[in-house]
Design a protein around this ligand. Structure first.
Ligand code: PLP
Length: 449
């Protein structure tokens, strides 16, 4: 086994990491994660780390689940690969399509498989435009999404996303994608003296304004995450999504829920749209579908769109080598069955979710915490410099110092997004482990005072 320094040297010499300042990391050296069990990681120095981010929002069933390992091993031996392009299919892909239709809201009976969330959202762009083409309205090209939303890193995914630092590189966004402001009450509603409920309706109204500005006959779809994840776990007011739904219905616009983070139990229901109260026409999924054990993503296609594509569409000229990869699908099947068997969705809704909410509420007395939000097993703490004035931390660097320094150094992984510290632990976390996580978080905050 190599030493940490040896791993770091090889890493710095050859491995370009995603969303990373390559030069800075090469000088500093990566932390090398070598193994994991349940909700704990181990690094190359042998330190145990509580993973309050589920890897990258994906390890819903926790690490080391034998059922998933067995499913992959069995399928690798039986049939490691076959494609679904030329009128062929494999049993795991068919069975998974069937099971997804069972665990998704009733309008979803069909799935289009991809390899990741980004590929899923690329599929969304092509599918919604194709839908309107078939219906004889090819001018319906424009997709509306939100600033500070995240929908992936491919050209289409990053264009749908509203991350300005991503748009600043590589000629983004692609044409016919436009953004409205996010429903972030603390930043956009509170300063105006609006209640959360009133602000939710105001923020949804920005969609209607945008539709009228673009011209309703040109708008194909609206896409959003039920709760923005990478944007900082921003839980919108309860009035927001029902109003978005009403506006989409009014103009006949397709409503797309990006469930890549919120899906598979994260918010205390199978799907974030169920928690936030809306009925999408399409849903993107990835991450939690296999608990991240192997890459898989896709799009759930609701009856409204599926009927047109199937009955009037002809060839849909889109797909990936790994659409319906049998090993990934076998792992997903085992994963979804395990989520059911362990009753993880109910567990989040009735037990650990409310427990986490109470623990976060108790942090409101901390001098650094300006606001806290949770939904299911997602949570955010907004750090402020001056609580009375609500003065935000000036830069991500300062929050990063708290999180990465005091958390990372003390055996906890959580994430810094702007001035928010966020968590999304594995759904198998117990109450005692929530206590352990909260003690580490409080300690990091205290050390920052
Ligand atoms: N959509 C959302 C909401 C995400 O959070 C992510 C990734 O974090 C993606 C899409 C992109 O998924 P992937 O990284 O699997 O391409």
């Amino acid at each position: 086994m190599r030493t940490t320094a040896q791993w770091q040297a090889a890493d710095a010499s050859h491995f370009l990491h995603p969303f990373t300042d390559f030069g800075a990391l090469a000088r500093k050296g990566s932390r090398i994660i070598t193994k994991a069990e349940n909700i704990y990681l181990t690094d190359s120095e042998g330190q145990r780390i509580l993973d309050a981010m589920s890897g990258l929002w994906c390890v819903n069933v926790g690490y080391g689940q034998q059922a998933l390992i067995d499913a992959a091993t069995r399928q690798l031996k039986e049939l490691p690969f076959y494609n679904a392009f030329f009128q062929t299919a494999t049993p795991p892909a068919i069975e998974l399509a069937e099971l997804l239709a069972e665990v998704t809201p009733p309008q979803f009976q069909h799935v289009f498989f991809a390899g990741s969330g980004s590929e899923g959202n690329d599929t969304i762009v092509r599918m919604v435009r194709r839908y309107w083409d078939i219906l004889g309205q090819p001018e319906r090209q424009v997709i509306i999404s939100r600033k500070n939303g995240y929908h992936g890193s491919t050209m289409a995914g990053a264009s749908l996303g509203g991350m300005s630092y991503m748009h600043a590189q590589g000629g983004l966004p692609i044409p016919n994608i436009t953004h409205i402001d996010q429903p972030y009450w603390y930043e956009n509603g509170r300063p105006q003296g609006l209640s959360r409920e009133d602000f939710g309706k105001v923020a949804a109204g920005w969609l209607e304004q945008k539709i009228l500005e673009v011209g309703p006959e040109k708008v194909a779809a609206f896409i959003g995450e039920p709760i923005q994840g990478a944007g900082g776990v921003i839980v919108p007011p309860e009035t927001y999504w029902p109003e978005i739904q009403r506006i989409c219905d009014k103009y006949g616009i397709l409503l797309v829920s990006d469930e890549v983070i919120c899906g598979f139990g994260r918010t205390g229901n199978w799907w974030g749209c169920e928690t936030m109260g809306f009925r999408p026409d399409l849903m993107t999924f990835a991450k939690g579908v296999t608990s991240g054990y192997i890459p898989l993503g896709g799009v759930m296609v609701g009856d409204r769109v599926a009927k047109v594509l199937i009955e009037q569409g002809g060839d849909f000229n889109h797909g990936y080598t790994y659409s319906g990869h049998p090993v990934a699908c076998a792992v997903a099947l085992a994963n979804i069955k395990l989520i059911r068997e362990l009753k993880l969705v109910e567990q989040v809704r009735e037990n650990t979710g409310p427990y986490l909410a109470a623990q976060f509420k108790a942090l409101e007395d901390h001098p650094l915490v300006g606001e806290q939000q949770t939904k299911g097993l997602m949570g955010a703490l907004l750090l402020v410099k001056d609580k009375a004035q609500g003065t935000p931390f000036a830069s991500e660097l300062e929050v990063g110092m708290v999180c990465r320094g005091h958390c990372f150094g003390n055996g906890l992984i959580m994430r810094a997004v702007g001035d928010r510290m966020i968590i999304a632990p594995p759904l198998v976390i117990t109450r005692a482990q929530v206590d352990e996580m909260m003690a580490l978080i409080r300690r990091a905050l205290d050390l920052t005072l």
